[in-house]
Design a protein around this ligand. Structure first.
Ligand SMILES: O=C(O)CCC(=O)C(=O)O
Length: 330
């Protein structure tokens, strides 16, 4: 049997903030003799890398305490940890109490003036843009990492062909026209913009800069957080949205970029526990939207054939993505 790597075991324990007794138990638990474990731990006293790992572990623990305070405050708030619904919110009120407070909200009455709510259907899509070449995400079901490997799943397809496929009304997560495909689709689907109109909460001076989403019942966008504040608006069908706060970071199993290893797991709505995050859940129907603040984790499932729009053109810079890489994040 191969010897366990003592240095790797120690590094892991130090990064977790373990004291000498716990480090000793870790080594012995891995099959190392008590004497050898003691020798290794005594050596750590003179090791600058171990000292630095201890300091980093302590800093992480302090950050954990700060985030736990956020949870306490959120749970003690009037109404508890809950998702507010705002009907036709005043923009100043929305920015002050939700956008700037990094707090999600369900929004109603914000797109009642969109003719898309009455006009959008598969027949309408085929009539106004059936011949356009659009890009969609395809063959998602064969790949558990279809979101991380987004680029491998991009395909050009005639919009009319996608519409015909959707007419079968079969639940599927295999094909989905998403915001990620907007580079190609914004122009191709230009006629659909005539069915939309400015949203009062957003920056009215911006160009037509929303993102179009179209897919069958059953599309699943796995747990992730965005790098911007985001407004998701439902036009056709319903979507279930689950959200978890940024302060639940330690329970979000974030090992790659902005994705959570919880993937498509149906984390239950409620306060969470030591290993699972607190989760807010809602179902968006046509004409309803949700404000997804930057850093909030979310997972979205289409409960019906679904068309949505999303927007990032708020009346604030919303440029959090620009310095993301410079933080040296995952
Ligand atoms: O509607 C969806 O499937 C996903 C929306 C989403 O996650 C986003 O806009 O960040």
């Amino acid at each position: 049997m191969s010897q366990p790597d003592k240095r790797a075991l120690l590094a892991e324990g130090l990064a977790l903030g373990e004291e000498d007794a716990a480090l000793h138990a870790r080594l012995v638990g891995a099959g190392i003799s008590a004497a050898s474990a003691k020798y290794e731990i005594d050596r750590l006293g003179k090791d600058p890398m171990a000292a630095m790992l201890r300091r980093q572990g302590a800093r992480m623990a302090k950050q954990g305490w700060l985030l736990a305070n956020q949870q306490r405050l959120a749970f003690e708030a009037d109404g508890g940890f809950a998702l507010d619904t705002l009907n036709r919110p005043d923009a100043d009120f929305f920015y002050r109490h939700y956008y700037e407070a990094n707090r999600p909200a369900k929004l109603t009455g914000i797109v009642d003036h969109w003719s898309a709510l009455r006009r959008w259907s598969l027949d309408h899509f085929a009539a106004v843009a059936g011949d356009a070449a659009v890009e969609a995400q395809v063959e998602r079901e064969r790949d558990p990492d279809y979101e991380l490997a987004k680029d491998d799943h991009r395909r050009l397809i005639r919009f009319g062909e996608l519409v015909d496929w959707l007419r079968k009304d079969e639940p599927s997560n295999d094909i989905y026209l998403t915001a990620y495909n907007s580079g190609t689709n914004a122009a191709a689907l230009g006629p659909l913009w005539d069915d939309l109109a400015p949203i009062d909460l957003l920056d009215a001076r911006g160009p037509r800069d929303g993102f179009f989403w179209l897919g069958p019942k059953g599309t699943l966008t796995p747990w992730h957080h965005d790098l911007t504040n985001n407004l998701l608006v439902q036009v056709m069908g319903r979507k279930r949205v689950r959200m978890a706060p940024p302060w639940a970071f330690a329970r979000m199993r974030n090992s790659r970029h902005c994705f959570s290893d919880w993937g498509n797991d149906a984390l239950p709505a409620g306060p969470g526990d030591e290993t699972t995050p607190p989760v807010l859940e809602t179902v968006l129907g046509p004409g309803e939207g949700i404000f997804l603040p930057v850093g909030w984790w979310h997972q979205v499932e289409a409960l019906d054939l679904s068309a949505s729009m999303s927007f990032t053109s708020f009346r604030r810079p919303n440029a959090h993505v620009e310095d993301y890489a410079s933080w040296g994040v995952l």
